[in-house]
Ligand binder design. Structure first.
Ligand SMILES: [Zn+2]
Length: 274
């Protein structure tokens, strides 16, 4: 994937420029990518929505089911994709981020022998997965993303990271929890982050592993948060007393830690080696 003058220049990339933007990013930005689904059925419906002057929304690119990419806003301009949003000490993430929209219906409802979207299209079993959303407790149904879409998003993020020094890749659901559910559990968001942001850092981590800080939880329940502040959200069940922690970083009296998950497994499926 090639980017020149803040536009995709590969032959397969289409361009449908819209004027709905807030001008150029501030210096040093964008440094974030926000992943969305369109909650729609086709590239055309997404592009038409983003072109509609009465709709206060736009995105840098839309990724179709076949993996082809349509760019609507140059990457150095602020698009309107995130809305009310927050991450760490930032709000209104449009000012910091590139918005990638993926053509996908999102959440589906069971209907008869199949599934249907909010706009009335029907889906067969192979187009659907059942999964628990990261912001929810019980499973629901979601339209699968195509292999081509996932590959295109990975490649695009790789190219964007190289060009813009991207340090965060976030789901809309993570910056507007409760209000938004995209891209949802059908999209491999954690894998994308690991792959694009942390692949090169593996060596550093391994180096650090040799001289790690270690700690032990001294409270009965200790919240583990997305950032070094009480204003950030909790990201897992609280840690219990005496949990062992690997300390990766320190900031303003907060530790970034890594914990090994612990639980019970059936002995039938474990071979004891010592
Ligand atoms: Zn969204």
């Amino acid at each position: 994937m090639k980017i020149s003058k803040h536009k995709l220049t590969n032959e397969s990339a289409a361009h449908e420029p819209v004027k709905k933007n807030s001008g150029r990013f501030a210096r040093g930005l964008p440094d974030t990518i926000v992943i969305h689904y369109t909650a729609g059925g086709s590239l055309a419906s997404a592009v038409n929505t983003f072109k509609d002057p009465d709709v206060q929304a736009s995105a840098h690119v839309v990724v179709d089911k076949d993996g082809s990419i349509t760019q609507m806003i140059p990457f150095d301009h602020i698009a309107w994709h995130a809305g009310r949003s927050a991450f760490q000490d930032r709000t209104s993430l449009n000012r910091f981020s590139i918005g990638i929209e993926i053509v996908n219906a999102g959440r589906l409802e069971k209907s008869g022998s199949g599934w249907s979207s909010w706009f009335g299209r029907n889906y067969s079993e192979e187009e659907v997965i059942q999964a628990v959303h990261r912001n929810e407790d019980s499973p629901s149904y979601w339209e699968r993303f195509t292999v081509e879409q996932i590959e295109a998003v990975f490649n695009l993020c790789k190219a964007l990271k190289k060009r813009y020094d991207i340090v965060h890749i976030l789901g809309h659901e993570e910056i507007s929890p409760g209000r938004k559910s995209d891209p949802g559990p059908a999209f491999p968001l954690d894998k994308l982050r690991d792959n694009i942001l942390y692949a090169q850092r593996k060596d550093e981590d391994e180096l650090m592993d040799k001289t790690p800080g270690k700690g032990i939880v001294k409270a009965s329940a200790l919240n583990i948060r997305s950032g070094p502040s009480v204003n950030t959200r909790t990201i897992a069940e609280p840690l219990s007393r005496n949990t062992e922690l690997k300390i990766l970083d320190e900031q303003n009296g907060w530790y970034q830690v890594k914990v090994e998950i612990s639980g019970w497994v059936s002995g039938d499926f474990v071979e004891k080696i010592s």
